[in-house]
Write a protein that binds this ligand. Structure first.
Ligand SMILES: Cc1cc2nc3c(=O)[nH]c(=O)nc-3n(C[C@H](O)[C@H](O)[C@H](O)COP(=O)(O)O)c2cc1C
Length: 201
């Protein structure tokens, strides 16, 4: 089992349950996570979970949010541009940005690197490591569509937060898990988060 981490970037789009499900999916199979939460994502996490998620007490908030042991999570402050994931020489297996705001989509597409999340994304792409981005906005502007195409052409897997209904979900959690499952499939990480399509009965 590789102990090289996956970088998970949480940006300030609605849909923080998707981030929770992806992180828990990685931790469930002993995959370490390097976590970067953008400043705007603190607002969405606060809005969607009630947790303030400040750097000083990230561990407590993360453990509450995930309801999971967080020993395999390394947390990096969004403003820490000297952090490990800011350099290509820091080993990672790849990165997921989940959920991705249109601002993060744009910033990563043009290589802005305005914070650690965007810099780590730029590093992942330049090093040609697996990179998955989960945009959450609707509808999209032309600009966002162009940025997503740029990311696709740079090697990213663009995986919109648009769950399918063919597995007859009974709960919101199952819809969330559908997206986390697609992310983990793309990374090649084992999971049992969804019932797979086996053909129409
Ligand atoms: C409660 C809340 C929900 C938001 N939801 C979205 C969203 O679903 N999609 C999006 O692109 N931006 C959303 N935004 C706006 C982003 O947070 C904003 O564009 C921010 O600059 C993104 O910064 P970041 O990419 O550094 O996280 C939301 C903002 C707030 C406060």
């Amino acid at each position: 089992m590789s102990r090289v981490p996956w970088v998970v970037g949480v940006s300030g789009a609605s849909g923080t349950p998707y981030a929770r499900a992806v992180i828990n999916g990685l931790l469930a199979v002993q995959q370490p996570v390097d976590l970067v939460v953008s400043r705007a994502a603190r607002l969405t996490i606060l809005d969607e979970t009630g947790l303030s998620f400040r750097d000083a007490h990230w561990r407590d908030d993360l453990a509450t949010w995930l309801a999971h042991d967080v020993d395999d999570v390394r947390y990096w402050a969004a403003g820490d541009l000297g952090a490990g994931p800011a350099s290509g020489s820091y080993p990672t297996q790849g990165m997921v940005v989940v959920p991705a705001s249109t601002a993060a989509v744009a910033g990563i597409a043009v290589g802005l690197s305005k914070d650690l999340l965007q810099r780590a994304a730029d590093v992942t792409l330049k090093e040609r490591r697996p990179f998955v981005i989960v945009p959450r906005e609707t509808p999209y502007t032309r600009s966002t569509l162009e940025h997503l195409l740029t990311l696709h052409d740079a090697g990213a897997v663009v995986l919109p937060a648009s769950p399918g209904f063919y597995s007859a979900p009974q709960s919101v959690a199952q819809l969330v898990d559908f997206i986390a499952a697609k992310v983990l499939d793309t990374l090649g990480v084992e999971h049992d988060l969804m019932n797979r399509w086996t053909g129409m009965k």
